[in-house]
Design a protein around this ligand. Structure first.
Ligand code: TXA
Ligand code: MG
Length: 328
């Protein structure tokens, strides 16, 4: 893969991880793989680097960022872990779960990354490259998904390059992300509440807690996770959801057994597997969007397991575009 001057792409090995850690220490911006999607990392303690990160993404507003940390101890240094938070961290970290907890007074994360909230979102990622980078950097790394504001999240280094070429210092390339949708966000600042469905199914979290999660408000005036406005994740093409097939002129995003269709078509999972579908979601949306079709017809995806996160992202991608929306 070639990049324009300004953005280096290195395949993930020890040298690349060392270079990435040095770059973060110097205040640079590094895209790196996690098991969910690629993140755009900055030193969590460096306000200037974080300001550059918002600028690189083209964010219209400062949404709070997830602090990626090496382990539960590092997470406890940033926020107050209730019994429920401890239970979930022990059950699912490292992994695709972000916990929102009350910020500690002595938390070293720059205020800009927290957007003025008194809570902080933390996660211990499972991807070996993310873990190696956290170990080499020896501190928390704030990282939103490594896409331009309003675009779908990147699940490969090529997606990151397409969005952020020339705007960031380095991309560590480790191939496609396994999970393919962002982490599930649960707030444990009060009653455990699901703020964003994601790569860890809600059912698994409820089993670990021994009780159902409260579901965060869906009111668009006060989005539960501040970056979750309806028109998030928008491709250029319009989306038509819950279809059985596509009309002429559309592209088809199929799931399971697909009807015959002569236009652009990709299948999230021909065998109807929701894990495979999540892994393919953003990459297939990007490819069909690039086909030039004005509209993408999306076949019905069941709502259980990872289907909840897939349907959440699809309905956001299908929502009417808001000129002034605050996208990630
Ligand atoms: O899988 C993921 O979570 C990826 C990878 C890179 O870790 N990251 C990611 O970050 O999706 P981002 O910035 O695209 O989405 C983070 C979400 C946003 O909706 C933000 O508003 C929410 O987390 N968030 C961050 N801090 C929060 C807080 N204190 N309270 C509520 N929501 C918060
Ligand atoms: Mg994002």
């Amino acid at each position: 893969m070639t990049a324009e001057p300004g953005t280096r792409v290195l395949s993930a090995d020890d040298k690349a991880i060392e270079a990435a850690a040095r770059c973060l220490t110097a205040g640079g911006l590094v895209a790196f793989p996690t098991e969910t999607v690629y993140g755009l990392g900055a030193d969590a303690g460096n306000g200037e680097a974080i300001a550059r990160l918002y600028a690189a993404k083209g964010r219209p507003a400062f949404n709070p960022l997830i602090a990626h940390v090496a382990d539960l101890d590092a997470a406890r240094a940033a926020g107050v872990f209730t019994d429920a938070a401890e239970k979930l961290a022990k059950a699912f970290w490292p992994g695709p779960l972000t916990l929102v907890v009350t910020k500690r007074a002595d938390c070293r994360i720059a205020d800009l990354a927290l957007a003025g909230l008194d809570t902080i979102a933390v996660r211990v990622p499972a991807h070996p490259v993310a873990r190696a980078l956290l170990a080499a950097f020896r501190g928390p790394i704030v990282a939103p998904s490594a896409n331009r504001s309003g675009h779908v999240s990147p699940t490969s280094a090529a997606h990151v390059l397409a969005d952020l070429r020339g705007r960031i210092d380095l991309i560590v390339d480790a191939g496609a992300c396994k999970v393919g949708v962002e982490s599930t966000i649960v707030s444990c600042a009060g009653e455990p509440t699901l703020l964003r469905p994601g790569g860890l199914p809600r059912e698994a979290i409820e089993r670990a807690l021994g009780r159902p999660l409260t579901i965060g408000p869906t009111d668009e005036e006060a989005p539960p996770a501040p970056g979750m406005l309806a028109s998030h994740y928008a491709p250029k093409a319009l989306l038509r959801l819950d279809t059985d097939g596509a009309e002429p002129g559309e592209a088809l995003l199929a799931f399971g057994h697909a009807p015959n269709f002569s236009g652009p078509m990709l299948n999230l999972s021909p065998r109807g597997d929701l894990i495979e579908a999540a892994a393919n979601l953003f990459s297939h949306l990007r490819t069909l969007d690039a086909s030039g079709a004005k509209r993408i017809a999306v076949m019905k995806v069941p709502h259980d397991g990872l289907g909840e996160a897939i349907n959440d992202r699809l309905s956001r991608a299908a929502a009417p575009r808001q000129g002034k929306s605050v996208n990630e």
